[in-house]
Design a protein around this ligand. Sequence first.
Ligand SMILES: Cc1cc2nc3c(=O)[nH]c(=O)nc-3n(C[C@H](O)[C@H](O)[C@H](O)COP(=O)(O)O)c2cc1C
Length: 355
Amino acid sequence: MTRLAARLGLVLPLLQAGMGAVAGPGLCAAVSQAGAGGTLALYKEPPARAARLVREVTAATTRPFGVNVVPEVTGPAACLDQLRAVLPELPPGAFVTSFGLPDADAARTVQAAGHPLVVQVGTLADAGTALGQGAAVLVLQGTEAGGHLLGRLPVDLLLTAVRARYPHAVLAVAGGIATGRDLADAVARGADGAMAGTLFVPAGESTAHPEFKRRVVEAEADDTLVTSLFDIGWPHRPHRVLRNPLTDTAKRAPATFIATTQVDGREYPVPRYSAAAPGDGTTGRVEEMAMYCGRSCARVTARHPAAVTVARLSREYENARGPHAASPGSANATTVRTSRFPRPNRIQERDPWTT
Ligand SMILES: Cc1cc2nc3c(=O)[nH]c(=O)nc-3n(C[C@H](O)[C@H](O)[C@H](O)COP(=O)(O)O)c2cc1C
């Protein structure tokens, strides 16, 4: 068991990313029940509905799970409202993940309720700030990741830098994880586990639109790119998406409505360049919407129930680690390095968008 698994009560040291339009109660509960860190995306959910979704998860799993907030989208006040609505509904052992740094009030509120705070960061500086806020786990996001990007470093460089500065921190990597071998490599390089998003987009329980699932399964790494195009509703943050007719055109088209999406039985129009990903209630020009996808898609090749995917990763992880693997979470786990990736000895800011 790694320190990540021990800290969050997981069987497999893998967190499923909270993903707006993709990670509802069904996916969260299925991943959790299978022994990994299932996570419910709260994204822009109003507090009352967020609390209801948490109750659905609680009824469907007996194992730890998380809820995910995105403070830079909701703003600090609405994030606190979401947290105040869901925290009383969370069973003991549930954790809260934040995309980027939460503000001090949010961090304190989570910890005062007794739940581990998991903060995803993309820079060494933010890693230090999150630890100062009392984060129990850091998720280090590399530029290989799908979705919005918090930094400009590939995951290996970020892990090396953060591990060197904070040898005792519990660290998960995000970006490039789609197999148990990927997970074992990350642990061998000094991580305590990982987070994966793209891997779970095609899962049976995912609420991604069927076309989104199909494209992720068929995509190669170079079918993704980093852009700032889909900025309506979430500005100022580059994101990795699947190429589509909009990303392949130099001229920006008018931001007219191209689709409608359903949330809680109500229809909402979706403008061209919206940050919203297509979910199973979306109709219209889905092919023009933001399909967030990491370079790990090259190794995501099937749609299975989440439990089948978690079981496969568990088998692959154990096989890759072998019988003599270093005891994870021990000092050894940070010094044994059997990676197929070259090990940089210092951080270099290189152009991440070419990786
Ligand atoms: C479809 C999709 C939606 C995402 N939405 C969120 C989100 O709502 N909150 C969040 O914390 N991270 C979100 N992410 C980013 C993940 O937290 C994580 O950094 C990423 O999935 C890791 O890379 P991978 O997708 O290659 O596994 C999203 C990622 C994807 C692929």
